[in-house]
Ligand binder design. Structure first.
Ligand code: MSP
Length: 641
C-alpha cells in the first residue's frame, strides 16, 4: 500500500490558537482525508513546540513553572483539533520522553561524526528579556522589539552544526526535484538563499534553562529550532522502532507557513543529510491570513478566534471558507462578510438546493425510492471521471481552492441538469416515466458523488448528505476509485433537512455592528460645525500607493511614507507607527489629501495627509484603520470626491 506521511508545524504553546494555526491543520486534514480515500496508508502528525525562551518567559510572567504552563496550554490545541474535526493520527509534545531522547541521540551522533563542534556564539542580546534578537527583528537604534531597551553584544560558548558542509548536496537535490518546495515562488526563494551561502548554525544555548540538555555537557540546552524540527522523526520511532520509521519517512511531507520555510527547506534537510536520512519529498508553504485587510495582532485585538467562528457559523462552512477563499500559497484576507457570502451562495444555494430539490422529487414522484433505468449514462455520468481526475491533479498540487472550484463545477452542472431536463414536466406525462427515472437516478448519483468529493473538506456535511440520501456506508471510508455510477437503484432516501440555512445579510450586518460596538466603545460623539459643499470641495484627495516606509529616528509615532500618485511621488509623514509595521504598509493603496500646505515634522517635510478612521479616547487613537479604495484596480492619482 502506498504511504503518505504529512505533518503540521508544531505550535508554540505561549500563544492561544488562532486561524493561522487552524488553517495549516485543516489543510493537512483535508489532504490526509483525501489521500485515505485514494487508497493511501496515511499518517498525519501534529503537536506542540514546548521549549525555549518565550515559554520560559511566559511561565515566569504567570508565576508557574514552564512544565505547568505547557501541560496546561497544549490542551488548547488538542481541544481545537477536536472542535475542527481533525483526523490526526498522533500528537507529539516536545517535552515527551520519546522526543527528548531522539534529540539527544541525534545531537550526539552529529558530535561523534564531527558535524557538531564547539565554538563561540555572538549576537545582539536583550538582557532584561534574556533573548538574542536577530538583526532583521531589531527596533530602531538596535533596540529590543519587545521591550524597546537597547541591545548589547553578547558572546557565549555554543555548539555549531556544520550546515555549510552539506549545502552543495542540497542544491543538487533541489535541482533534481523541482516540486520539493511548493509553490514555485518559495522554491526560487530557497534556491537563491542556498546559493548565497549558509553559515554554520548555532544549535545550543547556555543562557537558557528550559530546553533539552546537550548530552554530556549539561550547561548547554539544545536550541529550540534544532529541537523542534526533530519532532517529525521522533514521533514515528526514529530511535526505537525502525520498521515504523522506515515505513513513513521515505514519504514525509511538511506543510508550513511561508515564514518558517528556511528552517524546513534549509536547516532541516541539511540536518537530515548529515544524519543519512532522506530529504522531505515535499515542503508545502502557505501564505498568511489578515483580518479585514489588516495583520492580526494581540495589541490590535483583531486575532480571529477559530472557536468563536465555528460556534457562530458552523464548522464545515469555516473549513470550506478557509480552503476555498484563497489560492493555496497566497496570502488571504479573512472577513466574516465574505464567509457569510460563501455560505449563502456556494453552500445554501448550490449544494443545499441540489440536495433539497432532488430529495423532494424522488419523494413525490417515486415514493422515496431511487428508480432504476436501463442505461444510466448522461452528461453528468460522463463528467464524473473527468472531475475525479482533475480533483486529483489539484490535490497533488495542494491547490485546495481549485479542487473545490472543480467540485462546485460538478454541483452547478447538476443543478443545470435539473433545469434542462425539467423533471416536473416529465412527471406529468406517463410516457416519460423512463426518462424521469433516468433523470432522478442521475441526480441521486450526482449527489452521492458530490458528498464523497466534499468529504475531505467538509466531513460532517458529507455524512449528513449520505444519511439524507439513505446511504448506510460512511462516506469518509469510501474509495474514489471504486465509485460506480448507477449503483444506487432501489435505495430508500432518508429524511430531508436543510443543510445550510440561508443567512439574512441585513440582519447579520446589524448584529455584527452591534457586536463591534460592544467590543470597541465609541467616546461621546462631538460633531463639527456645518460646511458648504464649496468649502469641502477645496480639499483635494487622491488614491496613492505606499511604495516605501521609513522610521523617523526622532519620532515614536511617525513613519515617513513615500507615496506614488501615478503622476508624481511624494513624502508624507503619518502618525500610524503604533498600529502598523512597515511590511503591513508597503504596497498598500491609501487615500491622501494632496493639497495641504507642507509642514516639517521631526525634521522631515510632509506633503499631505493619509486618511484613517479611528476611535479616540482622550485624543489618543485606540483603534485605527487606513482608508483605501474598495477596488484595487483603480488607477493611482484618481480623484476622491
Ligand atoms: N513552533 C514553530 C514551528 C516549529 S515546526 C518544527 C512555530 N510555531 S507557531 O505557532 O508560531 O506557528 C505555527 C504556524 O502557524 C506557522 O506555520 C505559521 O506560518 C502559522 N501562522 C501563524 N500566523 C499565521 C497567520 N496569520 N496566517 C497563516 N498562518 C500563520 O512557528
Amino acid at each position: 500500500m502506498k504511504t503518505f506521511y504529512i505533518t503540521t508545524p508544531i505550535y508554540y504553546v505561549n500563544d492561544i490558537p488562532h486561524i493561522g494555526h487552524a488553517y495549516t491543520t485543516i489543510a493537512c486534514d483535508a489532504i490526509s482525508r483525501y489521500k485515505r480515500m485514494k487508497g493511501y496508508d496515511v499518517h498525519f502528525l501534529t503537536g506542540t513546540d514546548e521549549h525555549g525562551q518565550k515559554i520560559q518567559a511566559a511561565a515566569e510572567k504567570k508565576g508557574i513553572t514552564p512544565q505547568q504552563l505547557v501541560d496546561e496550554i497544549h490542551q488548547n490545541f488538542k481541544e481545537l483539533w477536536k472542535v475542527l474535526n481533525i483526523s490526526n493520527d498522533d500528537f507529539i509534545r516536545t517535552t515527551e520522553e520519546r522526543h527528548i531522547k531522539t534529540v539527544q541521540a541525534m545531537f550526539k551522533k552529529l558530535i561523534d561524526q564531527g558535524d557538531i563542534y564547539k565554538g563561540t556564539y555572538s549576537g545582539y542580546y536583550c538582557v532584561p528579556c534574556e533573548t538574542y534578537v536577530p538583526e532583521n527583528a531589531m527596533g530602531e537604534n538596535k533596540t529590543c522589539p519587545d521591550c524597546g531597551r537597547p541591545l548589547t553584544i553578547m558572546e557565549e560558548e555554543s555548539y555549531f552544526f556544520k550546515a555549510s558542509k552539506y549545502v552543495p548536496e542540497l542544491i543538487k537535490f533541489y535541482e533534481e526535484h523541482l516540486k520539493a518546495i511548493m509553490p514555485k515562488i518559495r522554491y526560487n526563494e530557497i534556491m537563491s538563499f542556498l546559493k548565497s551561502g549558509v553559515h554554520d548554525q548555532s544549535v545550543s544555548r547556555t543562557s537558557l534553562k528550559w530546553g533539552i540538555p546537550v548530552p554530556g555537557d549539561e550547561k548547554h540546552v539544545v536550541y529550540v529550532w534544532f529541537d523542534a524540527l526533530i519532532n517529525y522523526a521522533s514521533a514515528i520511532g526514529y530511535l526505537d522502532d525502525h520498521e515504523r520509521f522506515n515505513k513513513w519517512w521515505p514519504n514525509v511531507r511538511h506543510m508550513v507557513g511561508k515564514d518558517i520555510i528556511r528552517f524546513h527547506c534549509v536547516i532541516w534537510p541539511l540536518m537530515l543529510i548529515a544524519l543519512g536520512l532522506n530529504i522531505p519529498v515535499e515542503v508545502i508553504a502557505h501564505g498568511w491570513w489578515t483580518y479585514n485587510g489588516e495583520k492580526m495582532s494581540k495589541t490590535k485585538g483583531n486575532v480571529v478566534d477559530p472557536f468563536a467562528m465555528v460556534k457562530e457559523y458552523g464548522l464545515d462552512p469555516f473549513r470550506y471558507f478557509l480552503l476555498r477563499e484563497v489560492p493555496f500559497g497566497n496570502d488571504g484576507d479573512f472577513s466574516e462578510r465574505a464567509l457569510v457570502g460563501r455560505i449563502n451562495s456556494d453552500l445554501a444555494n448550490d449544494l443545499g438546493n441540489l440536495l433539497n430539490r432532488t430529495l423532494q422529487m424522488i419523494k413525490s414522484y417515486r415514493d422515496g425510492i431511487v428508480p432504476s433505468c436501463d442505461d444510466s449514462s448522461s452528461d453528468l455520468s460522463r463528467l464524473a471521471p473527468e472531475i475525479l481526475s482533475r480533483l486529483d491533479e489539484c490535490m497533488n498540487d495542494y491547490a485546495f481552492d481549485d479542487a473545490l472550484k472543480t467540485i462546485w463545477e460538478f454541483i452547478s452542472r447538476s443543478n443545470k441538469f435539473i433545469d434542462e431536463t425539467m423533471p416536473w414536466k416529465l412527471a406529468k406525462d406517463e410516457n416519460e416515466s423512463q426518462k424521469l427515472n433516468h433523470v432522478l437516478l442521475n441526480l441521486y448519483e450526482a449527489l452521492r458523488l458530490s458528498a464523497m468529493l466534499i468529504a475531505p473538506f467538509m466531513p460532517d456535511t458529507s455524512e449528513q448528505i449520505f444519511s439524507q440520501l439513505g446511504l448506510k456506508d460512511n462516506p469518509l471510508k469510501c474509495q474514489y476509485d471504486s465509485f460506480k455510477w448507477g449503483d444506487a437503484s432501489g435505495n430508500h432516501i432518508g429524511e430531508a433537512k436543510v443543510l445550510f440555512p440561508r443567512i439574512d445579510v441585513t440582519e447579520w450586518q446589524k448584529a455584527y455592528d452591534e457586536k463591534r460596538k460592544e467590543k470597541v466603545k465609541l467616546p461621546e460623539v462631538e460633531t463639527k460645525p456645518e460646511i458648504t459643499i464649496d468649502e469641502f470641495a477645496k480639499v483635494e484627495m487622491r488614491v496613492a500607493r505606499i511604495i516605501n516606509v521609513e522610521e523617523i529616528p526622532r519620532s515614536k509615532k511617525l513613519y515617513k511614507l513615500e507615496l506614488d500618485l501615478g503622476y508624481e511621488k511624494r513624502t508624507v509623514c503619518s502618525g500610524i507607527k503604533a498600529f502598523f509595521t512597515p511590511e503591513d504598509l508597503n504596497g498598500r493603496l491609501v487615500i491622501v489629501v494632496t493639497n495641504l500646505k507642507p509642514v516639517k515634522l521631526c525634521g522631515v517635510e510632509s506633503n499631505g495627509m493619509v486618511l484613517a478612521a479611528s476611535v479616540k479616547h482622550d485624543g489618543k487613537a485606540e483603534v485605527l484603520t487606513l482608508l483605501r479604495p474598495a477596488d484595487e484596480n483603480i488607477p493611482l492619482g484618481s480623484l476622491v470626491s
